[in-house]
Design a protein around this ligand. Structure first.
Ligand code: ADP
Length: 413
């Protein structure tokens, strides 16, 4: 695993370029962050690989009992297109450390970097058959993994709709273990006492980073009434400065959406938002250039039950909502079928602690956003799925606990 990570570091530029060509990701971001962080994830789990062990138990009867941690077996990883490199290693790293073999199916929109990673795995000496990459479409190749009788676990990141199909296929076939990291409609809650400038920066990053194609994007920003107008002004100012352009240009912050279908779906949500009566503060249409570019779009005066405040759009479309009290913020924050992440911006510890414990989501960011790390578990509540990625928790998706029991000498057993 360490050797594989070193080889990735030696090929950062080619790998980053493949993800940019495939999915319109920012090349400089992939080169400086996503690809190197993927190598680091391999290193983190390489460190865990020889520290996975069971326990000797204090069994209550006259037994000597211990547990063994065993690899779950063959794992199917079905991954999405918004972070082809990072998603590959999010799934592959802990499952190798757990001792599993695997079949990885990249998204059909972004197949290239996975092939390069598999090629480097071979060079690093990972035995044949341990990491297998199978390309194909979701309803055929993906479905074959989910319903295969010899696949022991499936680990999926993608839409809630497809997550449901995967669970159904697992249930109908061999009841394989399932873990799902699905959609989100994460709230970023900004209180009156916040540093408005910083809060607006987090809001812009939270929704427009990777052109909004992020499962934990802050697609709903809830703003307390005392700073609502000033916050909106700052938000628009910062969003206007968000640089749209060629994803290979190091000055670009906003590239094209990944594909035509997705681009059209985002535009139809924008039209819906206009019809629903939200106020269009910024953007709202395609960029007048070649490629699937959509302007960073901000709707204000959004009501919590509007479609644009409920559905995951997975694009550069932000809904801004107003609240009066902390109770109202918590109520609106939780008014979603999803529960992936939330942010809270405040200087008051009581407010931060109350919101952290009251929002039903797998990650709460206090005075920050997108603070992800190899060692910080990440995953959803509610219809955002179950089973954690990252941290030592991710290993347990790929391990069985086996109990080994023997009677103590001379015991009646
Ligand atoms: P998105 O909606 O973000 O495009 P999807 O959930 O459709 O994401 O896709 C994520 C991954 O799931 C991709 O690798 C895709 O090929 C796969 N997939 C899509 N449909 C199915 C299916 N019916 N069974 C298994 N995998 C699928």
């Amino acid at each position: 695993m360490l050797k594989w990570a070193d080889l990735i570091d030696q090929h950062v530029e080619e790998l980053a370029a493949l993800d940019t060509i495939d999915g319109g990701k920012l090349y400089h971001y992939s080169k400086d962050f996503e690809v190197p962080l993927s190598a680091n994830m391999l290193r983190y789990y390489a460190g865990a690989a020889d520290k996975i062990h069971g326990q000797v138990l204090k069994a209550s009867m006259n037994f000597h009992a211990s547990t063994l941690m065993e690899p779950v077996g063959v794992v199917g990883h079905i991954i999405p297109w918004n972070g082809p490199s990072f998603m590959f290693f999010t799934k592959v790293s802990p499952s190798i450390a757990a001792g599993c073999t695997m079949v990885v199916k990249p998204a059909e929109q972004t197949p290239l970097s996975a092939l390069f990673y598999a090629h480097l795995a071979k060079q690093a000496g990972i035995p044949d058959g341990v990491v297998n990459v199978v390309q194909g479409f979701g309803p055929t190749a993906g479905a074959a993994i989910a319903s295969h009788m010899d696949v022991d676990a499936v680990s999926f990141t993608g839409s809630t709709e497809v997550g449901r199909k995967i669970m159904e296929a697992a249930a109908r076939s061999n009841l394989k273990q399932v873990s799902l990291e699905l959609g989100g409609k994460s709230p970023l809650i900004v209180f009156d006492d916040a540093d408005i400038d910083k809060a607006a920066e987090f809001a812009v990053l939270g929704i427009f980073f990777n052109k909004g194609e992020v499962c934990c994007a802050s697609s709903r920003v809830l703003v307390q009434e005392g700073i609502y107008d000033e916050f909106e002004k700052k938000l628009v100012e910062k969003a206007k400065a968000w640089a749209i352009g060629d994803p290979f240009d190091s000055k670009t912050q906003h590239g094209p959406q990944t594909g035509k279908d997705h681009y059209e779906k985002i535009l139809s949500y924008i039209e819906h938002g206009k019809r629903e009566g939200a106020t269009l503060l910024l953007g709202g249409k395609p960029v007048d250039t070649k490629g699937y570019y959509i302007e960073p779009t901000i709707f204000s005066d959004v009501k919590e039950d509007m479609l644009i405040a409920q559905d995951e759009i997975f694009g550069p479309v932000l809904s801004v909502l107003k609240f009066k009290t902390i109770e109202e913020a918590i109520k609106i924050g939780n008014n979603t079928k999803y529960g992936l992440a939330a942010g809270v911006i405040t200087k008051n510890m009581d407010t931060a602690n109350t919101v952290s414990r009251s929002i039903r989501a797998g990650t709460i960011w206090i005075n920050c956003y997108f603070a992800l790390g190899n060692d910080i578990p990440f995953g959803g509540y509610k219809m955002s799925g179950f089973g954690k990625d990252y941290g030592l928790d991710a290993l347990y998706k790929f391990l069985h606990v086996k109990s080994v029991v023997t009677p103590i000498y001379n015991s009646p057993w």
